[in-house]
Design a binder for this molecule. Sequence first.
Ligand SMILES: *Cc1c(COP(=O)(O)O)cnc(C)c1O
Length: 371
Amino acid sequence: MSGLEWQFLQEAFESNWIAPLGPQVDAFEQEFAELVAAKHALALSSGTAAIHLALIHLGVEPGDEVIVSTLTFAASANPVVYLGAKPVFIDSERVSWNMDPDLLAETLARKAREGRLPKAVVLVHLYGQTADIDRIGEICLEYDVPLIEDAAEALGATYKGRSPGAFGAAGIFSFNGNKIITTSGGGMLVSDDADLIAHARKLSTQARDPAPHYEHSEIGYNYRMSNLLAAVGRGQIRVLAERVEQKRRIFEWYRQNLADLPGVTFMPEAPWGRATRWLTVILIEPEEFGATREDVRRALEAENIESRPLWKPMHLQPVFRDCEIVGGAVAEELFEKGLCLPSGTIMNEDHVTRVAEMVSDVGKRVLHECA
Ligand SMILES: *Cc1c(COP(=O)(O)O)cnc(C)c1O
């Protein structure tokens, strides 16, 4: 928290608007839409809810297919299954680690030949870095398949100078506790399509039809964000730019300390945009480094320092065992060798140096033991 949140929370208390909806929600939606340069925004209880509502609006039904990046958090794919549809997973490219446009083009061409195009593409912008949105957007356009951008991890990043989330039919963001800004829990659906947002807004409040009594002609959800959390969100968007700078600084400190180590490389920054470095992610080549990613993770854990492997690709997850995967080797390799280092914006240069020294020591120690 930055402290600014208090002011908006106080306004919320003084106005006695505590329930879902209220002036803080309206203001948060408007400010957020401006921030990402989308025409409309809808504040929700989570990013997952935002994906769910976007998929419903786009007409995803039981038996349909939806294309999803395989290297992601399960929340990108779960809403597809809520609707009885099937995710089709696509591998990453090596430039941004996001969905490989060539594989997407191949897949849509094949599905078109089979007369069975997917209902949507859920494109993930991973670890604070945008995918190749223009190419992927063109491919989707060619086959008339709507694009949903899962920008939950990429608020504050840019693609050719613009925010992700505002390119596709819909974009989603998350304010979960681990994201670059947070309302403790929450999400945002953005779109230039007023009908999409109006429909999602209706679905998010139990789908009430316009009538003086409670009338329902479709199934709704309770997905709205509370006015209190929107107040926190308004304080948070005011420090987003600062958070991005601090994340990039943390990355730079790690880079200075680790770049010269044999077998250690960093997540690349794709030429089309500016990454937030939401997390600093490294790849460890065990042969060259002298230790595996797991050796490093365990050594840090022994010092009570939390690091994590990358997202385990969705096509390797037991729940998605029966889903189609196109490619997969790149995501598998990234998962096997990749480690997310502590990247909280509370960290200063000393903290980062200390973690980096430990990482570097693991390589040296294991090499030594082998000799
Ligand atoms: C966090 C996250 C989500 C889901 O957001 P919630 O607000 O936690 O529901 C979706 N996709 C990705 C890639 C995420 O990292």
